[in-house]
Design a protein around this ligand. Structure first.
Ligand SMILES: NC(=O)c1ccc[n+]([C@@H]2O[C@H](COP(=O)([O-])OP(=O)(O)OC[C@H]3O[C@@H](n4cnc5c(N)ncnc54)[C@H](O)[C@@H]3O)[C@@H](O)[C@H]2O)c1
Length: 432
């Protein structure tokens, strides 16, 4: 595990596994067309989201069989399996002990056994896992965030390109993209219903996430993995890990255009100074600027006992929109206050998490690949750019952020694995 670290860093920097830059012969898209043919899936990262994703995959297609699971820890595989075995799909779960793989590189043992892999572990490993899955020719469900630093972003873009050339499906965990009311309202916005988008104001204001105190026998790596949300190298900070959903909706509203610059502030103010709370901030405010003037602002915090809100307010040249998935609120008004569009009260609201998997497995069956690589990577890079600006205290351009060579993964995953200090703006370098 420890020897892997150096090659992991090198790998992320060079995307070596993919042979990026080399010509890739176009593969025919491959699917598993016969409805009675099994689709073997493997789960990598058997926590809360991974368990949910496995269930949704099993429900998406009656031919799906879960045949392998990998996690850094055995107890996570066991608890995930015991949860799944209580579900009606239990007859299509076939993961005996010899197909339960433990360790941070357990993906290597899962991949050869499956047609589709669900990447649901901690984000810090995602670019490498995605590249391995693509190199192995597997269809992929890829949870967000898909990268935590710029070298990871470049690697994910390269993987997505190779996946396209190989005819592989790549569906992201940016679940709002699969929500019917969101699809409808962003469709209206992009179709010009309220003119050109000139600004977005988004909030992701919530409380702190839970922690796990250190247990006897845990290595530093285990301690940090068990508390991964609080460690920048594993999660990308809460802006990249959690509020990236809001960043993705900003990216959606602007039709996938790249922002030109970002200025952000943030700090660590309310987190207890205990090891479990790692090195991340507890609040950020970011402004992304777009060519010709439009701007997007996001406020996000994880602080206790405060007002919580998760919404998007989008201004266009002819009207404005309110989006709140949990509300739910989805309407567009003109500047006289008249509602010019709203999602019907009786409109369909299928479970967005299920829809993601229905999309993926239909694509696999039909041999008509879906590839969400570009927007999933760009949204994460916008969040990374915000974090870089807040940590450094500097305004930075998209091009400089994307070119950054800062790799967050530690040089070695062996003990001692020191807990880094939360960066101080004005003192933290940008590595660009
Ligand atoms: N789309 C959504 O709405 C949504 C919701 C929750 C979580 N998520 C995302 O899903 C991912 C997992 O979150 P979670 O809530 O399930 O966390 P979790 O802690 O419950 O699960 C993560 C699992 O990954 C395992 N793991 C860590 N490193 C690994 C590695 N290298 N190989 C294999 N397994 C490894 C951990 O041991 C743990 O069991 C995160 O990226 C998170 O941001 C998305």
């Amino acid at each position: 595990m420890h020897e892997m670290s150096d090659s992991r860093r090198t790998f992320i920097k060079s995307a070596a596994l993919l042979g990026v830059g080399a010509a890739i012969a176009p593969f025919p898209a491959w699917g598993i067309a016969r409805a009675d043919e099994r689709i073997r899936i493997g789960l990598v990262g058997c926590g809360g989201r991974g368990t949910g994703a496995a269930l949704q995959a099993l429900n998406a297609d009656q031919g799906v069989v879960l045949v392998a699971m990998g996690d850094a820890f055995k107890d996570r595989i066991e608890s995930s399996l015991s949860h799944l075995m209580k579900e009606p799909v239990k007859d299509r779960i076939d993961v005996p002990a010899e197909r339960q793989f433990v360790g941070v590189d357990s993906i290597d043992q899962v991949l050869p056994l499956v047609d589709v892999v669900l990447l649901c572990s901690t984000p810090g490993f995602r670019p490498e896992q995605l590249a391995k899955a693509v190199a192995a020719g597997k269809h992929i469900f890829c949870e967000k965030p898909v990268c935590v630093d710029a070298p990871g972003y470049r690697s994910v873009l390269a993987s997505a390109k190779v996946a396209r050339a190989k005819g592989l499906s790549l569906v992201s965990g940016f679940c709002w993209r699969s929500s019917s009311p969101e699809r409808a309202i962003y469709g209206e916005i992009l179709g010009g219903r309220m003119g050109e988008v000139v600004s977005v104001h988004a909030t992701y204001l919530t409380g702190p996430l839970g922690t796990h105190s250190r247990q006897p026998g845990w290595s530093d790596l285990e301690f940090q993995l068990r508390n991964w949300q609080h460690f920048n190298w594993l999660s990308g900070d809460h802006l990249v890990e959690q509020a990236v959903h809001s960043v993705d909706k900003i990216n959606w509203a602007f039709g996938g255009r790249h922002p030109t610059r970002c200025t952000a502030i943030g700090s660590r103010f309310c987190r207890e100074e205990i090891p479990e709370r790692g090195d991340i901030y507890d609040n950020f405010t970011c402004t992304w600027e777009y060519e010709h003037g439009p701007r997007a602002v996001l406020m996000t915090r994880q602080q206790p006992n405060c007002f919580n809100l998760n919404d998007d307010w989008i201004n266009g040249t002819k009207g404005y929109a309110s989006v709140n998935g949990w509300g739910p609120t989805h309407w567009i008004k003109d500047y006289s206050g008249q509602t010019i569009w709203s999602y019907p009260k009786d409109g369909p609201t299928p479970d967005m998490y299920q829809v993601e998997h229905n999309t993926l497995f239909k694509a696999v069956r039909d041999g008509r690949p879906v590839n969400e690589g570009e927007f999933m990577a760009d949204s994460c890079m916008m969040a990374i750019m915000g974090r870089m600006s807040a940590y450094s205290g500097q305004r930075l351009s998209w091009d400089d952020a994307v070119a950054s060579h800062e790799v967050l993964c530690p040089e070695s995953l062996s003990d001692p694995l020191p807990i880094r200090k939360a960066p101080r703006p004005g003192q933290h370098g940008l590595s660009i």
